[in-house]
Design a protein around this ligand. Sequence first.
Ligand SMILES: *Cc1c(COP(=O)(O)O)cnc(C)c1O
Length: 408
Amino acid sequence: MNKPESLNQAFAQYPTEALLYITNRPPLVFTEGSGMWLTDHNGKRYLDWLQGWAVNCLGHSPQCLQDALVSQAKKVINPSPAFFNEPSIKLAAMLTEHSCFDRVFFANSGAETNEGAIKLARKWGKIHKNAAGDNRFEIITFEHSFHGRTLATMSASGKEGWDTMFAPQVPGFPKAELNNLASVEALIGKHTVAVMLEPVQGEGGVIPATKEFMQGLRALTTKHNLLLIVDEVQAGMGRTGKLFAYQLSDIEPDIMTLGKGIGGGVPLSALLCKEAFAVFEPGDQGGTYNGNPLMTAAGIAVLEELLKPGFLQSVVDKGNYLRDGLLRLSDKHGLESERGEGLLRALKLGKPIAGKIVEIARDLEPQGLLLNSPRPDLLRFMSALNVTTEEIDLMLALLSGVLDQIAA
Ligand SMILES: *Cc1c(COP(=O)(O)O)cnc(C)c1O
């Protein structure tokens, strides 16, 4: 890939070709961020509805995160995972206090924590064998699901084409249909050990699992002595208006993974389980950076914000405000529908114009709008959780203008 002309001029001293080509990026370099806004190398500002893909739950560079990182960096950055450190102990205690889980393992990415969940389930299945005495290792996952980009998590994912992309896959991940309990039951066999799902499928197009389905899954997995694993890498940490998305369904899963929002922008993820399933022994699980105090100090700062009185209610309120605005937009422009939970929402366009919308919105002057389209006919909205109603209104107005432009 050749560097776009405008970048050649602005960044002549930096050869962007040195970066391995993995995706098409627009000819922009973002140099600053604050709240819902990003600024590029020309000084142009963009209202950012990606937020690092639902990562910056408090917006770009919030003061609390800056303070936590600076103050921890001055104390100690990494004494090694062989030793305890204060922030990881404190964050684990906060997470267990506010969830149904008892034990926490910190990692650095969503994929890595899901690998940990898969390993934990397989280990448990080795201890709790089937009637014939064989290991149990199969984990039922779902069509259109997304669990990460390592080999095992790609195999667990139900993304089209991923079964052959880096074949052979890691075996043991049969796929069921979301919100279809019979399709799960049909896949349960003697080697099944767990069911793993996103309570709201994010990359798949913001498709919530229904409360009835989640409750049905809980009953089904309990009946068959299977683990229920929720991947809340995208839907957890206040995104749906609950601290954790499983709380929308009044159930208690056995294992949960967190990522994205938990670090507010820095690489942090977590694997949580109930004590009965905490079967790792020394040597089973680890990682050089796991639970390092710099990242877990960031996690504490984020969680303290989310736990402030009224914060989660404000996510619910702004989620409703955004939903109403998207519905009005959908009506006005003859689009298909909108769906989601809290501040994880999608607009179904009814036609494959999402890519065009994303480009036109980005190029708007004097201020651009950054949008995300996980599918050609769908836009996904992942604002900061502390987005203001004015910022929601501005996004809706800009998007409406783009839709007018496309129709013209
Ligand atoms: C983003 C995502 C992952 C992968 O997280 P990474 O940090 O990119 O490895 C896993 N599961 C879900 C539901 C996600 O949205």
